[in-house]
Design a protein around this ligand. Structure first.
Ligand SMILES: C[S@@+](CC[C@H](N)C(=O)[O-])C[C@H]1O[C@@H](n2cnc3c(N)ncnc32)[C@H](O)[C@@H]1O
Length: 239
């Protein structure tokens, strides 16, 4: 471990984690049309003046396979960026629709272009605006019977609002639906006193601690290492 990982916001790297991800991708991600589409989406994101914050390939595929395994038809993603993970779901599950919330109109535009190129634009609903406002509207529409509840949710936006998004998702999910909240381990900073009260770590602790007291869900915490970082996710299933 490098000595500075606890004092700055750099990602933490280890050559083994990167090599293992490369090994997994070379063996388990066939070089097929889907692979070309997904790499093209990442390239368009990189060329569009956007942050390098898409999920890494192994995690994108894991989320999509997971959604596929629960036969998710309606997927909610909070934090779309350029649509990389959304396209993963839509390619893995031909009958699924994704409702994606994104505050940045430029990100929404690039995601829409990526979805067009991937041939999945008709199954990707992009709602541009602050996630909490969009979820309040969705909640009304679900209550009025104008849209279905969700079968799978991925929360990956502004970390300060993790709990607000989770709270909505728990109400808006069918029984058995997973909710995944990304980036809640943050190199282990969630348990270090010098970091735990500061944003975005505080937002990670808030959602973890509230989920633990929430009778709507059963939850656990998963640490991960990868080509991107030492991090992890909160995993919950709606009862
Ligand atoms: C980590 S990126 C999402 C990556 C995406 N899930 C993927 O894997 O391809 C976070 C996104 O959340 C968006 N975001 C930030 N604050 C938001 C908010 N209040 N409401 C909705 N989206 C927000 C950012 O603009 C950014 O595009």
């Amino acid at each position: 471990m490098s000595t500075n990982v606890f004092v700055n916001d750099e990602y933490e790297h280890d050559d083994r984690w990167t090599a293992v991800d490369a090994y997994g991708v070379s063996n388990l991600h066939p070089k097929d049309d889907a692979n070309t589409i997904l790499n093209g989406a990442l390239e368009h994101i990189q060329n569009s003046d956007m942050p390098d914050d898409s999920t890494y390939p192994a995690f994108g595929k894991f989320l999509a396979l997971h959604a596929r395994s629960v036969k998710a038809k309606h997927i909610l993603e909070v934090g779309l960026l350029g649509g990389y993970t959304a396209i993963w779901y839509l390619l893995q599950i031909p009958e699924a629709k994704v409702t994606a919330l994104e505050i940045n109109p430029h990100h929404s535009k690039v995601a829409g272009e990526n979805a067009q190129r991937a041939g999945v634009a008709d199954r990707l609903e992009i709602i541009t605006g602050p996630g909490k406002e969009s979820l309040a509207k969705i909640k009304t529409e679900v209550a009025e019977g104008k849209r279905p509840k969700f079968d799978f949710t991925f929360i990956d936006a502004d970390k300060e609002n993790n709990w607000a998004y989770f709270d909505y998702a728990a109400d808006l999910s069918n029984s058995g639906a997973p909710i995944v909240v990304d980036n809640v381990i943050r190199k282990g900073w969630i348990v270090l006193p010098e970091h735990m009260d500061k944003s975005p770590v505080a937002g990670a602790r808030e959602v973890i601690e509230n989920a633990g007291k929430d009778s709507r869900v059963e939850s656990c915490l998963m640490q991960t290492v990868s080509e991107k970082n030492y991090d992890g996710y909160l995993y919950a299933v709606v009862k």
